[in-house]
Design a protein around this ligand. Sequence first.
Ligand code: ATP
Length: 439
Amino acid sequence: MNIEKIVSLCKRRGFIFQSSEIYGGFKAVYDYGPLGVALKNNISKIWWKAMTQHHENIVGLDSAIFTHPKIWEASGHVGAFNDPLVDCKQCKARYRVDELSTETNPDWGKMTCPNCGSKGSFTDPRQFNLMFKTSIGAVEDDSSIAYLRPETAQGIYVNYLLVQNAMRLKVPFGIAQVGKAFRNEIVARNFIFRTREFEQMEMQYFVQPDQDDQSLNEWKDQRFSFYSQLGIDKNKLRFKQHGPDELAHYAKEAWDIEYEFPFGWSEVEGIHNRTDFDLKQHQEFSGKKMEYFDPVENKRYLPYIIETSAGLNRMLLAVLSNAYWEDTDNNRVVMRLDPKIAPVLAVVCPLTKKDGLPEIGRNIMDFLKKEFKVIYDQQGSIGKRYYRQDEAGTPFGITVDHQSKDDQSVTLRHRDTQHQDRVAIDQLVNAIKNKIGEF
Ligand code: ATP
């Protein structure tokens, strides 16, 4: 399956648009339409619940995008947040070195350019800092420099003692955050997979230093199984461990959860043992003690941090790729989204615009919308209306027909099987709740 098919469906149905389209588009930036923002919010709510509701010892935070610039010196991003890049001398296409080299062919320099096919025509690698710089205040000089955060994690680290004190938390505990991050990605591609502005869902788990390995393993399991809540096929997920040469400057051990996208296996989430690197750095750069006081053992220490860092947009793309289904028997495209995350749960369709059917439809809307996100559609043939909603991933279709006037019943259509049941209007809420389990 081709990613372009998903891109075009996303535009057609209002999931995702190229940013600034009327000006010719703005590269590697996307806007989320009505269905896209609903789906994104639903995914992020499930993640938030999995973290802050299902774990008593994980709390939330929303730290600002702007931070003291020293944070990024301490974190190592000013000095080391670089991607080595090479250009093809023939066609000028630019690549990250780590994208050209593969396990089977580590010698990227002799590779053919994926764009123009020239062999071994790459420049020497050059470093490129991925952080966006801006200036704050009236005067633009060195003292006004600020960075757009390239990860949400640091906002958690610098606040961790305030959070721990306020909430009277004891190690092990976690802090979860969803927020925007920015990276000046040079090679931005694959739709929303790699963009310059994106959202991260990060949870930083603070543990005793000798508990790090065990905690990492526990979080690996939990995070892997999380994806089934989104309806993602687990055969399309795998772990990939970072080799010693791939480890970030802060990491002792790192694993990616990869999804098999239409363009190949790629990272959706990272699970990292960041040790006490970040807290140590902040302690040194700020001159403030970052140690946790353990009341049980009566001692102070810097906790180790196990990080789970997922990209919300990448998770959304995995969900979309997983859901896309060409039902060739019926000549339709269906987004088989799990009802838990589908932007719209049901569409209410009066068969005709007359004979009192719209009024019955409106009455149904009035009580259904208290329970679920539902929409009303009376435009076009019933078949077309269903197919529109199949592409939007709407699990149920409710049709009001002439029989409805006689016996107060409607048809309830299942998106994937297209099977229709006759259901009494006053039983509709229960019937839908029961059927949600069939997906
Ligand atoms: P990659 O190797 O693909 O650039 P990374 O290893 O740099 O990713 P991390 O720094 O571990 O990524 O960030 C954690 C998560 O944030 C990633 O797993 C990914 O889901 C998301 N992410 C990182 N960069 C981007 C981006 N440019 N666009 C969208 N999501 C991103």
